[in-house]
Design a protein around this ligand. Sequence first.
Ligand code: MN3
Length: 246
Amino acid sequence: MLESNPLNRRQFVQLSTLAAGAALLTDRAFAESRVALPALPQLPYAYDALEPHFDARTMEIHHSKHHAAYVTGLNGALTKEPKFQMTEPTAVLGMLPTIEDEGIRSTIRNHGGGHWNHTFFWETLAPAEKSGAPSEKLSAAIVATFGSMDAFKKAFGEAAAKRFGSGWAWLILQDGKLKITSTPNQDNPFMKGLVPDADLGKPILGLDVWEHAYYLHYQNRRADFIAAWWNVVNWAEVSKRFEAKV
Ligand code: MN3
């Protein structure tokens, strides 16, 4: 009996302590071996850096409330679908049709799309004085495809204005060619098999035309918001995406 033998009892206690320590180490190693769940990215500029085109209050709510809610929703679904926890968000979105559970599929579509789209959006914005211009290669491709920079802006603006309700307008690369398209809700142009009336391709530039992106400052004037947005496009980043071509 352990209780009747101090030596054995001491050994037992030592062994138990070792076993408990080993279990904790295993748990920690297991937790660390997994890719961390997506987190809300920091913006590469201050909330007021895009004034007066994008006001600070809208930027703060858009990032710290709307985008944060997409991250929370996505992580809730990923916790229920452990096979995707090791996978990059872009790849998860490409695999949406393979997710059998409809509730999890639609949560990852909406919240994963929201997280991806907003992360992409923030990176393609810059303070007006740093907006710059498309690279020579991108500029040449825009002129070759749309006739001129103004014609491109007009066509993109029309796609953004025409998107009924909430959604996005996109400039994509499809088979190496530039194309303008638009998606509803938080869908995007690489959600294979899910966006029947949108062109699929690699997004180069995207504009959020959900009312939450502009309503505080522009109210119902979506056209004014679109016109203002051109002042804060990060053309260096957009050009980099175009030239990466993957
Ligand atoms: Mn948004």
